[in-house]
Design a protein around this ligand. Sequence first.
Ligand code: ADP
Ligand code: MG
Length: 240
Amino acid sequence: MVAMDGVQKWFGDLHVLKDIDLHVTPGEVVVVIGPSGSGKSTLCRAINRLEPIEKGTIAIDGEVLPAEGRKLAQLRADVGMVFQSFNLFAHKTVLENVMLGPVKVRKKSKAEAEKRAMELLTRVGVESQANKYPAQLSGGQQQRVAIARALAMDPKVMLFDEPTSALDPEMIKEVLDTMVALAKGGMTMIVVTHEMGFARTAADRVVFMADGQILEEETPQEFFDNPQTDRAKDFLAKIL
Ligand code: ADP
Ligand code: MG
């Protein structure tokens, strides 16, 4: 579903992604972990070309992402993204936030988009907030709306970049539960997170990144119980 081959990215002199190969199969849940600054966010942003790459290829469902143009916009719409900050449109209601992409990009009718939006809001448990504005919701509710909004585009893969890092502790679980349900439902997911409980429960594979490289990739059990590299051992010692 996602194929990154030989991907390299520089910010000026800083080599941020060093020859990344990452293949994610349909329905697979990959959790990406690693120290701050290791390139995890850049990796996510490269997957839908929010960041250009200097070398290598990235394909979504077999189609290589071009650098620009209509084809890129199409493929990008297949990749749902949820960030640390919720990024909802402040001056639109929850329902309007979820309807916007399907109407503008997928050219769905308003009636159809609204029906689907309400289904998704129900699925993430915030249907009673549909007519409120984002600022009237808790952080956890806003993040669940952001997930519903991404799902409304019928993405082939969902990327999450530290989706719970900005949340108060009591709201983390409701967002993680939503993500676990999505994972169990067969969604292909790439999740950058420090929530090791989520990694253990939901990940098919853990990818450990440091200094712009993938140093390890294995099942959560193998990774947590028997990390191979010193970098991973150090990292786990600090966070567990
Ligand atoms: P992570 O998400 O793992 O913390 P990032 O992908 O955000 O890491 O960053 C990787 C490296 O790239 C860091 O050294 C960071 O400072 C640098 N970086 C990220 N974005 C930019 C940018 N827009 N311009 C220059 N350097 C950047
Ligand atoms: Mg990051």
